[in-house]
Design a protein around this ligand. Structure first.
Ligand code: HEC
Length: 161
């Protein structure tokens, strides 16, 4: 099973290595800040650090941060290319390294809305990651904690817009 997953993962990237173009939409837009907004960000980030970051650290940081822990199969030729490209792509979408607001290609409000959809659907971590990291699935209790944090944060942000 695991070998099959690795083959599936590796195949498109090997094809891509021969003349395929990689998409780099990693332009990071500067975040607009007023003093009032900075206070809101700080308050949201305080909650994030207390309740959410420990979950994300365990289940998302391998791809969405500068602190990736590489698995044993990273040593397999081809697989390291795949993993590197996933991390690059994941961080282009959302980079959690420095807390909230996340870095990436969306505004903080859009990030939270995107995150909400992803968490509601259980779409992250990706299936192939879950098949190698047994406890990486978001548990129902964690899901509630994250969704509550998103809801409260969106209220705070909408008020200050
Ligand atoms: C194995 C690497 C990996 C892990 C672990 C991972 N992600 Fe992702 N994530 C990606 C990749 C690759 C993308 C971009 C492509 C995509 O949307 O599938 C992405 C995209 C996203 C997006 C943006 C979706 C969009 O359409 O803009 C969000 C939000 C996200 N991930 C949240 C999370 C959360 C929360 C966790 C932890 C619970 C997590 N991810 C764990 C690889 C990962």
């Amino acid at each position: 099973m695991k070998v099959l997953v690795l083959m599936l993962l590796t195949f498109p990237t090997l094809l891509n290595a021969h003349g395929g173009k990689t998409h780099s939409k990693n332009e990071v837009e500067p975040i607009k800040r007023s003093d009032a907004l900075v206070e809101v960000y700080k308050s949201i980030n305080a909650d994030y650090e207390a309740k959410i970051e420990p979950i994300f650290q365990a289940k998302c940081f391998d791809c969405h941060s500068a602190n990736s822990k590489y698995p044993w199969y990273y040593q397999i030729p081809g697989v390291n290319l795949v993993i590197n490209s996933h991390i690059k792509e994941a961080r282009g979408h959302i980079d959690m390294t420095e807390g909230f607001p996340f870095k990436g290609h969306l505004s903080p409000i859009e990030d939270l809305k995107e995150l909400k959809l992803i968490i509601e659907r259980g779409a992250m971590p990706p299936w192939y990651y879950k098949s190698f990291h047994k406890n990486s699935e978001i548990k129902p209790q964690e899901k509630m904690t994250i969704l509550n944090w998103i809801k409260e944060s969106l209220v705070k942000l909408e008020e200050k817009k």
